[in-house]
Design a protein around this ligand. Structure first.
Ligand code: HEM
Ligand code: HEM
Length: 188
């Protein structure tokens, strides 16, 4: 698929660059969240640093919610600049990409919320952002802890499946950029 000059221009505008910067910072946070989450869930009680690992996972989880708010504001700026000039061409390729990105946003919101549901149901005042106690979003309810754990598990791994799909979809773009960077470095 070849990009039109208008799209190329829109991609190079500063709002799009900002969007991609937040994208990579958040991608790094998700990597940390998946590694810490799947690791800590398998540690037995009494393992040294287990509770610190839980606190760290929850802090990064809360941090990505803040970053998501920032990202949505930047995305709105990108759309405003891009689509007030030219409406998108509703090709099947565009629709597929748009649908996947929409699902990714839904999961970027739903996964941390399910984490709050799980942690708040277990104990109130249980989520801290690097030491700062965050208000509860859900009431404490020991009867819902197992449901919370299951929901967080399934939503998190469905999100991971979507990320893998997205990475495969974007692989061509990444390869093209890599080749462009190599060409640029060779010229120097
Ligand atoms: C780790 C979790 C990831 C999430 C949640 C995610 C999500 C998204 C979303 C929603 C967009 C649309 C632009 C935006 O609103 O930011 C996007 C764009 C993009 N993503 Fe990811 N992404 C992730 C990881 C990756 C990875 C690992 C790659 C590398 C292969 C990648 C490559 C790209 C590229 C190249 C674009 C730009 C697409 C375009 O030009 O329209 N992403 N990503
Ligand atoms: C996008 C953000 C997040 C991602 C991708 C994520 C991902 C994960 C993953 C993959 C697991 C391991 C599940 C398992 O294998 O059993 C996990 C566990 C856990 N997560 Fe998250 N998480 C996120 C945000 C949060 C937040 C915001 C909280 C709390 C406020 C939280 C609390 C927990 C807890 C307490 C566990 C341990 C589950 C157990 O002991 O069985 N997570 N998370």
């Amino acid at each position: 698929m070849t990009s039109t000059p208008v799209i190329k221009k829109a991609r190079l505008n500063s709002a799009f660059k900002q969007l991609m910067s937040v994208h990579w910072v958040m991608a790094a946070c998700y990597l940390v969240l998946f590694i810490t989450g799947s690791g800590m869930a398998r540690l037995s009680r009494g393992t040294p640093f287990r509770s610190e690992l839980y606190d760290f996972h929850k802090s990064i989880g809360a941090l990505v919610v803040g970053l998501l708010t920032w990202r949505i504001l930047v995305l709105l700026r990108v759309w405003w600049r891009k689509y007030t000039k030219n409406l998108p061409k509703f090709t099947p390729d565009w629709t597929r990409k748009f649908a996947l990105h929409t699902f990714l946003y839904i999961f970027m919101f739903a996964v941390p919320v399910s984490g709050f549901f799980f942690s708040n149901s277990y104990k109130s005042n249980n989520v801290k952002l690097f030491g700062l106690t965050l208000p509860d979003l859900f009431p404490q309810n020991s009867g819902l802890v197992d449901l919370g754990r299951n929901i967080h598990f399934w939503i998190a791994y469905t999100f991971l499946a979507l990320i893998i799909l997205h990475t495969l979809q974007q692989w061509k773009v990444v390869k093209a950029n890599w080749r462009r960077l190599q060409g640029f470095l060779q010229k120097k």
